[in-house]
Structure formats: structure tokens, C-alpha cells
Design a binder for this molecule. Structure first.
Ligand code: FAD
Ligand code: UDP
Length: 434
């Protein structure tokens, strides 16, 4: 370990307190007793308040924390109930020394220069283009559907010029494109829909595609050429030393205190704060006043195999067989060289940690009610995938968090990313009573 790295780790460990740390420091004390330590005060008095308390150390919470501390000199308390930072993007070395993503494969891709440049302050990157195959009718075919997918599945020899006409001839013409079924059948017809989308979607969401918004399957394009990349974004890269390292770099600042293993409710009542940023599930924040917002969950089964490679691609999708939807082999994503290989199977679940908001009209209507409640609490900022009930990728969450910081500071997002730190906060960032 280099000298620079070890001093960084030392600094981090002084700022990162777990519940056990706080109890160790305060004997049999409670979290309330730990508050003076967290706020740097001998008593939890008003003069030692934190400027911003942030719930959730995923991309949403961590970007806001880093901005507030680094650009505005704010004192930040970042709380997460998990035992690590990074939210669902958390990665780590498994017991065989292979880097894995604990909560399923996270591939970074964005068209936003702001987002890419912002994150580049905290990580180097490794170029990576993601490729996915689906097992259909006993063969492996590219996803998204492209020229090779169609030719392989139907034993055809179409050219790029011919495939458009072919798809036109098999496609259906629904009156309007409202659902995830409409999107697919209107583009590639019913047979391809049934081979590639219907089973996968029913497994993943516990709903038929006809019960889900068009936006869900519209995430997957259809290509008439042979491009077999999953994404076509301008920036397709993976953090060179992993996501967790990226987060640690973001949060390594004297103004940021990270408390893990702790629900924010246990702690914020003892910590005076000026602003609260909340990135957990929005319905939970309001004690489910209007009922539960549906979130889809997953169970992850991690495995290591005694061979250097298991699959012919990073991800294999199983639309029509098995209880799992897809299997990911991490070494493709990370580029790690190792004599063994680790994979993860994803089993969709109705219960468990909330991973996906479920995009359909009745859920949007329920979310609107929570959104109105959120708007009635101007001292609380709701940001991120769970708090705004949006099926967002990582880059969209980073953009949303940067936009919030820009709004609070009176700068534009581009200025925030590219200009040197602004230390004079606008009125929105000055302490108010809570
Ligand atoms: P989260 O990462 O969920 O962080 C929220 C944090 O808040 C959590 O750590 C949670 O513990 C904490 N929290 C909640 N309530 C409380 C509380 N009461 N007290 C304290 N802490 C609390 N995006 C991509 O761009 N590319 C991908 O390839 C990709 N793959 C994905 C695969 C899977 C299986 C999943 C589930 C998501 C994937 N995503 C991907 C999406 C990505 O995970 C999210 O966009 C991103 O992680 C959201 O960040 P966030 O900060 O909003 O939420
Ligand atoms: N999908 C599908 N078959 C596939 C891939 C995707 O039916 O082979 C549908 C499915 O409904 C899925 C959605 O498209 O939930 C979005 O896929 P994506 O890979 O973006 O899902 P995520 O990575 O967010 O789980």
C-alpha cells in the first residue's frame, strides 16, 4: 500500500463511525451520547449543528455530501443503515479475491459530460463496452435484438437493408403505444416479443408487459445492424478500482462524517441540522401514510467457479427458463485477471430490499400523492431512485443530485462541475431552524 493511500485510509477511518465504534467510544452509551462526537461538540448544542444531514450513502447522498462539503464548506452528516457506503453500487472483493457487485451488475454509461467529468474527479476509468446474450430456443443470441438475433432465431440471411422490411411485415400496430407490450410488438412483432421479452418481464416484475409502462421495455432498443453493445452512450467506462473506492474518495473530506449501520431516525432527532437530504424510499419517510409504494426486489445468489471463465459473455439472460432472469460474470466488467471466476444469479422477489420502482399508472398516481407531501417539506430534499420513485440509472441519479446542489447554490450544473469551489453559499444554503 502506498504512503498516500495509507494516510487516506487513516483519515477515512476517523470520519467513518459504525454503531459499534460509537458504542465502543462511549461505553454503554446510546447513539444520543455519540452525537457530541459526531457534531464535534462536547454537548449537542445548537451552535454545533451540522449544516446538512443526508440519509443514504448511495450515489444520490454521496454526491450531495461531496458537493456540500467540498464546494460550500458545509459540515455534513451522512447516515446509512447498511454497513457500507455506495448504496446499490457497492462492490467488494469476495472471499476468493474476486471483485463482485453485491447488489447485481452495475455498468456505468452516460451521455452526460457533466456527470462523467464530475465523477472523474474521484476515479480513473477503464473503458468497457457491455455485451449481453439471451438463451432462446436453445441458442445464444444478442440482446438488444439486432440483425444477428433475427437471422439466428429464424435461420434467415437478411441484410441490414432487408431487415427493416422484415420487421415491418411481422410488427403489429396497436392503436397507441402505452404499455411495455405495445412497444415491443409494434417494433418486432409477437413472436420475437414472446421469445425475448414476455417471459423475462413477467419474471422480473411479477407483471405482464401489458401491465407496465412503455418506458420499461423501451429501455432496450432494436437494431437493424450488427452492433451488439448493450449501450451506445458516449461514455462507457467502469471505475478502475471499483465503485466503493470511488465513493470513499468522494467522501474523504474533513467536513463529512459517515455513520453506518444506523437508521436516520435513530440519530437525526439528536443532531440539529439546517437541511435534510433524504434518498431512501419516499413512502417510508412519511410512515406509509397513503399505503405502500410497490418496489420490486431481488435475491442475489453469488457463486465462484474453479475455472477462469464460465460464460461467453458478461451477462446471459434467460427469458423463458429458470427462476432467475440473468447471470453475470464479474471479470468481464472489471477486467480482473484471476484463475477462478465469480458470477451472480438474480431472482426477482416481491418482498425484500426495495430495488426497482414499478412503472405503471396506479403507482405513478400514488407517488404523486407522496410527491405533494414532499413538496410541503421545503427543508427536506428528496433525491435518488427510491426517494423520487424513478427507474433511474446511476448517471441519472448523479445528474439529479448535481442539479439539486446547483439549485441550492444558485449555480448551473456545468458551473458546479467545472468551476473551482465556491465557498460563499446563497441564502438557500444558510442555516435555518429545523
Ligand atoms: P441507493 O443506491 O439505493 O442508495 C440509497 C441508500 O439509502 C441505501 O444505501 C440505503 O441503505 C439507504 N437508506 C434508505 N433508507 C434509510 C434509512 N431510513 N436510514 C439510513 N439509510 C437509509 N444503474 C446503472 O447505471 N447501470 C447498471 O448497470 C445498473 N444496474 C443495476 C442493477 C440492479 C440489480 C439494480 C437494483 C440497480 C441497477 N442500477 C444500475 C441502478 C442503480 O443501482 C441506481 O441508479 C443507483 O444505485 C441509485 O442510487 P441512490 O443513491 O438513489 O439509491
Ligand atoms: N427485458 C426483457 N428481456 C431482456 C432484457 C430486458 O424483457 O432480455 C425487459 C425487462 O422488462 C427488463 C427491462 O426490459 O426489466 C429493462 O431491462 P434492463 O436490462 O434495462 O434492466 P435492469 O438492468 O435495469 O434490470
Amino acid at each position: 500500500m502506498g504512503k498516500e493511500e495509507s494516510s487516506r485510509d487513516k483519515k477515512l477511518s476517523t470520519n467513518k463511525l459504525t454503531r459499534r465504534d460509537t458504542l465502543k467510544l462511549f461505553g454503554t452509551g446510546t447513539l444520543a451520547a455519540a452525537v457530541p462526537l459526531l457534531t464535534g461538540s462536547s454537548t449537542a448544542d445548537e451552535t454545533k449543528r451540522v449544516d446538512v444531514a443526508i440519509v443514504g450513502a448511495g450515489f444520490a447522498g454521496s454526491v450531495v455530501a461531496a458537493q456540500m462539503a467540498r464546494n460550500f464548506g458545509k459540515k455534513v452528516l451522512l447516515i446509512d443503515r447498511r454497513n457500507h457506503v455506495g448504496g446499490n453500487a457497492y462492490d467488494h472483493y469476495d472471499c476468493n479475491g474476486i471483485m463482485v457487485h453485491k447488489y447485481g451488475p452495475h455498468i456505468f454509461h452516460t451521455n452526460s459530460r457533466d456527470v462523467y467529468e464530475y465523477l472523474s474527479k474521484f476515479t480513473e476509468w477503464r473503458p468497457y463496452e457491455h455485451r449481453v446474450l439471451a438463451k432462446v430456443d436453445g441458442t445464444l443470441v444478442p440482446v438488444p435484438i439486432n440483425l444477428d438475433t433475427v437471422n439466428k432465431l429464424y435461420n434467415l440471411n437478411l441484410t441490414t437493408d432487408e431487415i427493416e422490411q422484415y420487421l415491418e411485415s411481422v410488427s403489429e400496430k396497436p392503436e397507441a403505444i402505452r404499455t411495455s407490450e405495445d412497444v415491443v410488438v409494434s417494433r418486432v412483432g409477437r413472436d420475437l416479443y414472446e421469445k425475448m421479452f414476455r417471459g423475462y418481464t413477467r419474471k422480473q416484475w411479477g407483471l405482464d408487459p401489458s401491465e407496465l409502462d412503455a418506458s420499461v421495455t423501451a429501455r432496450i432498443p432494436v437494431r437493424t445492424n450488427r452492433d451488439d453493445r448493450y449501450f451506445t452512450d458516449t461514455y462507457q467506462v467502469m471505475p478502475k478500482h471499483g465503485y466503493t473506492r470511488l465513493f470513499e474518495n468522494m467522501l474523504d473530506h474533513k467536513n463529512i462524517t459517515v455513520v453506518l449501520n444506523t437508521c436516520y431516525r435513530e440519530i437525526v432527532k439528536y443532531v440539529p441540522y439546517a437541511q435534510l437530504v433524504y434518498t431512501g424510499p419516499v413512502d417510508e419517510f412519511f410512515d406509509f401514510r397513503y399505503g405502500k409504494l410497490p418496489y420490486r426486489s431481488l435475491e442475489f445468489r453469488h457463486e465462484t467457479h474453479d475455472q477462469p471463465q464460465l460464460q461467453p459473455a458478461a451477462v446471459i439472460n434467460y427469458p423463458n427458463e429458470h427462476a432467475y432472469t440473468r447471470v453475470t460474470e464479474f471479470k468481464y466488467l472489471t477486467g480482473q485477471v484471476h484463475h477462478q471466476t465469480s458470477v451472480v444469479y438474480e431472482y426477482p422477489r416481491a418482498e425484500g430490499d426495495p430495488y426497482y420502482p414499478v412503472p405503471r399508472p396506479e403507482n405513478a398516481a400514488l407517488y404523486k400523492k407522496y410527491e405533494a407531501l414532499a413538496a410541503s417539506r421545503p427543508e427536506v430534499h428528496f433525491v435518488g431512485r427510491l426517494a423520487t420513485y424513478k427507474y433511474y440509472n446511476m448517471d441519472q441519479v448523479v445528474a439529479q443530485a448535481l442539479t439539486l446542489c446547483a439549485k441550492l447554490s444558485g449555480a448551473t450544473r456545468g458551473e458546479l462541475v467545472r468551476k473551482p469551489p465556491v465557498l460563499e453559499p446563497t441564502a438557500a444554503l444558510r442555516p435555518t431552524a429545523n
